[in-house]
Write a protein that binds this ligand. Structure first.
Ligand code: ADP
Length: 205
């Protein structure tokens, strides 16, 4: 079974007089363990697509199945579990909380989703070693480089063992060398950890 199946997805903004068809009937399928890149120019609907998959916005029509479940059928605790545990996100500007350390940023989703503290600490240890971020765990985001911030964000995204990692222009704010190392890392975690990765970008990398 595919991990993500999108069928005839539409998202129209505005009203009849002033309508933007950001997505107009797109279909795609992502298999477990796949690494999918979606490219398109600015305004082509990439963020709209990810926001629909993340269930942040409601599609105008069509279906999104994650592991066979239509995400429109999810409500309350199930929806929160889907957003918080099954999908991981990586953003262009990292979206770290500035008043929390790297460690606290990574542990936050685990606390929100009521993971056992011991389990969380173990997960943090594993991810910190894998991502080589032990030295920055106690720093605040303002004390980190762009690449370090994105590694902390990757650890936060992976902390809940999501099925799919959605990356929205995740390297656009980084210099070419750091971009290459983050892309290598995404490929590695796809191949070694088996995380399904969907990357959207407006550039060839
Ligand atoms: P991309 O991520 O590829 O740059 P977007 O998904 O952000 O594209 O936008 C696709 C189109 O939808 C654009 O024409 C944009 O102006 C429009 N759009 C995006 N969000 C909204 C919104 N909340 N209201 C109205 N139009 C929007």
């Amino acid at each position: 079974m595919s991990i993500l199946k999108i069928e005839s997805l539409c998202k129209y903004y505005g009203n009849k007089k002033n309508e933007t068809k950001a997505l107009d009937g797109i279909s795609l399928e992502v298999q477990t363990g796949e690494f999918l890149g979606i490219m398109g120019s600015s305004g082509s609907g990439k963020s709209t697509l990810l926001n629909c998959v993340a269930s942040v916005i409601r599609p105008t029509g069509g279906q999104i199945l994650v592991n066979g479940t239509d995400i429109r059928s999810l409500k309350g605790a199930e929806l929160s579990d889907y957003r918080g545990r099954q999908i991981g996100y990586l953003f262009q500007n990292f979206e770290l909380l500035e008043n929390l350390t790297g460690r606290e940023n990574i542990l936050l989703p685990l606390a929100l989703h009521k993971y056992e503290e011991k389990k969380g600490e173990q997960k943090l240890k594993e991810l910190a070693a894998y991502l080589e971020i032990q030295d920055v765990l106690d720093k605040f985001p303002t004390q980190m480089s762009g690449g370090q911030k994105q590694r902390i964000a990757i650890a936060r995204a992976l902390a809940t063992d999501p099925k799919v990692l959605l990356c929205d222009e995740a390297t656009s704010a980084l210099d070419p060398t750091t971009t290459a190392s983050i892309l290598d890392l995404l490929k590695d975690l796809n191949q070694k950890l088996g995380v399904t990765v969907v990357v959207i970008t407006h550039q060839m990398s």
